[in-house]
Design a protein around this ligand. Structure first.
Ligand code: AKG
Ligand code: FE2
Length: 338
């Protein structure tokens, strides 16, 4: 009896060891995005931990072009209600959603792409300006929808503050903070809502194909349905595990060019499986149409020769969305590479 017990105990212990080993091995081998704690930081008063967060941000963006920002400053009820607003929005009839048109390429309502059957998206230019949100709301809900406008506007303001903190940290890290005002004034903001239908199968299907963002910085927030993947410099896809406290920050190619290649702009994609829909929100800082993207002279030297000729953002986008540009994996290098 005693012998049997001993045997079972030993067996159990070795099983636990194997389990632990596996867990350890898996957490060591599965690459993760860097995680940076942004709590207690604000733009106005420099917080004591500003320098430490700044250096984490710079390192992460150099190496991954991406990180997970932990931020509980955005009120929890807002972080939850934003998803009810998204569901309400995407539940509108197709014809209503199609009323959201934009003069700008890919800023309006997008859906029914044959190659991306799970994807649909709606954009609002400068959603930090309340009137912009309100005018879209009034188009979609002619009887008004105050709670939608308020939620979306407040949420955009929170994301915008995070964008500005991150860009200030980047310019300080690069030693070019004298350009901060000019740099901030050179961009506007686009808020986009995305819905990816669950493909109703356990097989993995493409929600959004691999791409780099063309804008300056993108901040993403999403519901609990996984799907976002970011490629690291070793060519491995890193899956992002969503949480209510976490926001994903990505460097776009404009910032890659402006930093003369110091910051990486990563490939990312959305892969879907199962039945549940994934809702996500993206705030992108975007170079204004006429803006010329040119790396500051301070960032060009013998060790860092100029990588891209100065270019007009909108002209590059025209090339990128052309038939040739869409087939060109290195569109920016083709368009303005030195
Ligand atoms: O839905 C997401 O999380 C990613 C969206 C994205 O990468 C994009 O819109 O550029
Ligand atoms: Fe993207």
């Amino acid at each position: 009896m005693l012998k049997e017990f001993k045997f079972n105990l030993n067996q159990a212990l070795s099983l636990i060891k194997i389990r632990e080993g596996k867990l350890k091995m898996s957490s060591e081998t599965i690459p993760k995005l860097p995680i940076i704690d942004f709590n207690n930081l604000n733009l106005e008063a420099k917080s004591p931990n500003w320098e430490s967060v700044k250096s984490q941000v710079y390192k992460a963006l150099e190496e991954y072009g991406c990180f997970e920002a932990i931020l509980d400053k955005v009120p929890l009820d807002l972080r939850k209600t934003i998803f009810s607003s998204l569901e309400e929005l995407f539940d509108l009839p197709l014809q209503t959603k199609q009323l959201n048109v934009s003069k700008k390429l890919h800023h309006g309502y997008l859906s029914q792409y044959p190659m991306l059957p799970l994807y649909e998206s709606i954009g609002i230019d400068d959603a930090n300006i309340f009137e912009n949100v309100e005018s879209l709301t009034n188009i979609l809900w002619p009887d008004g929808n105050q709670s939608f406008s308020k939620t979306v506007h407040t949420f955009s303001e929170e994301l915008l503050e995070l964008d500005q903190i991150i860009r200030k940290m980047i310019l300080e890290s690069l030693g070019v903070e004298k350009y901060l005002e000019e740099h901030m004034n050179s961009t506007s903001y686009l808020l986009r809502f995305m819905k990816y239908k669950g493909p109703q199968t356990s097989d993995t299907k493409v929600g959004l194909k691999a791409h780099t963002d063309k804008n300056t910085v993108t901040i993403l927030y999403q519901n609990q349905v996984e799907g976002l993947e970011v490629m690291n410099k070793d060519g491995k896809w890193i899956s992002y595990k969503p949480s209510l406290d976490s926001f994903v920050v990505l460097v776009g190619e404009s910032l890659h060019a402006w930093s003369n290649g110091r910051l990486h702009s990563p490939l990312h994609r959305v892969m879907m499986s199962g039945n549940e829909a994934r809702y996500s929100i993206a705030l992108g800082s975007i170079p204004k149409e006429e803006c010329i993207i040119k790396a500051p002279d301070e960032l060009v030297d013998d060790e860092h020769p100029l990588l891209f000729k100065p270019y007009v953002y909108d002209e590059f986008l025209k090339y990128f969305f052309s038939e040739k540009g869409q087939r060109d994996q290195f569109a920016m290098r083709t368009y303005c590479g030195v």
